[in-house]
Design a protein around this ligand. Structure first.
Ligand code: ZN
Ligand code: ZN
Length: 299
């Protein structure tokens, strides 16, 4: 199954500009409203999607031959930039037909007409498409790093180094990723619409990384003490606290939101209280500045 990533302006509903707005859509959106304003506007059971490529969409990279005008049965993943920065998946079309050149919408709907939308590049049955609600747009796609999206709005993700991202996206489409943060207070408003923080917390819950960090700390010190306040779950709770601690990632996600390899030195052992306080401020506190706050209190 071929996959195509298309980056568009940020909207809530993509069903006309009325009651919605389009943000950060790239240069062309500054002069005119992009045709993606109707990407999730149903027209007789079909969604007509628009993306602004540089030149044509290179459908040979999706399995078409040089003389084909279009290629069908493509999974098209729509991405956009949330307010907090980065690039996230906002929805997808399954079983889409992707055209090399922009096509005319033969019978535009009222909403399409009202929005001046008369061309499209990708179409799909609307019942095979999903637009994620804003609070579920959490999966970040790295930009401008090896294996991530480049600067173009259209990305083929057909390189070896992109496969990790592609797999994550496919698992989201298949209903895999979700409820990944069971121990984070869901009412915590800082999480909503903050995909960077969600990605950060998800990274900290990577079981393999946590295990390796704990093992290293145990080897070095024989215990799992909070690096900020010294709290030791085993010492306080006895056996039921044995082996418990949280692991904090010292680096916030960068501009590129790349899939950066986590080094052990980027991680700190922390207790749950200190961890919450670290993430209570934006930007988050460093361990050393948290230690200073602790000292003030105790002095
Ligand atoms: Zn602590
Ligand atoms: Zn943390």
């Amino acid at each position: 199954m071929a996959i195509l990533f298309c980056n568009i302006g940020w909207m809530k509903h993509y069903n006309g500009i009325d009651g919605d707005s389009i943000e950060r859509g790239g240069e062309y959106n500054q002069h005119s409203t992009g045709h993606e304003v109707c990407n999730f506007s149903d027209n007789a059971g079909i969604f007509y999607g628009y993306v602004q490529p540089t030149g044509q969409i290179k459908i040979e990279r999706l399995g078409a031959s040089k003389k084909d005008e279009s290629v069908s049965d493509i999974t098209v993943v729509w991405t956009a930039g949330p307010e907090g920065g980065g690039t996230v998946v906002i929805g997808w079309y399954k079983h889409a037909t992707v055209f090399r050149e922009a096509q005319e919408i033969v019978k535009p709907s009222v909403i399409q007409k009202n929005n001046g939308v008369n061309t499209f590049r990708i179409k799909a049955p609307s019942n095979k498409a999903v637009l994620l609600p804003v609070e579920q747009r959490e999966l970040m796609i790295p930009r401008g790093v090896k294996g991530g999206i480049g600067q173009s709005n259209v990305w083929y993700a057909d390189k070896e180094e992109s496969q990790e991202i592609v797999e994550r996206v496919i698992s989201l489409i298949n209903g895999g990723i979700s409820s990944v943060l069971p121990d984070v207070d869901q009412t915590c408003s800082i999480l909503e619409g903050n995909p960077r923080l969600v990605a950060h917390l998800r990274r900290e819950r990577n079981p393999a990384v946590v295990k390796t960090k704990k093992e290293a700390a145990l080897r070095a010190t024989g215990k799992l003490c909070c690096e900020a306040c010294g709290f030791d779950f085993k010492e306080v709770y006895g056996e039921i606290g044995d082996g418990f601690c949280e692991v904090h990632h010292l680096q916030p996600l960068s501009e590129a939101d790349g899939v950066v390899k986590t080094e052990l030195r980027d991680l700190a052992i922390v207790c749950s209280n200190c961890h919450r306080i670290i993430h209570r401020t934006n930007p988050m506190l460093s361990i050393s500045s948290l230690v200073k706050h602790l000292q003030c209190k105790c002095a």
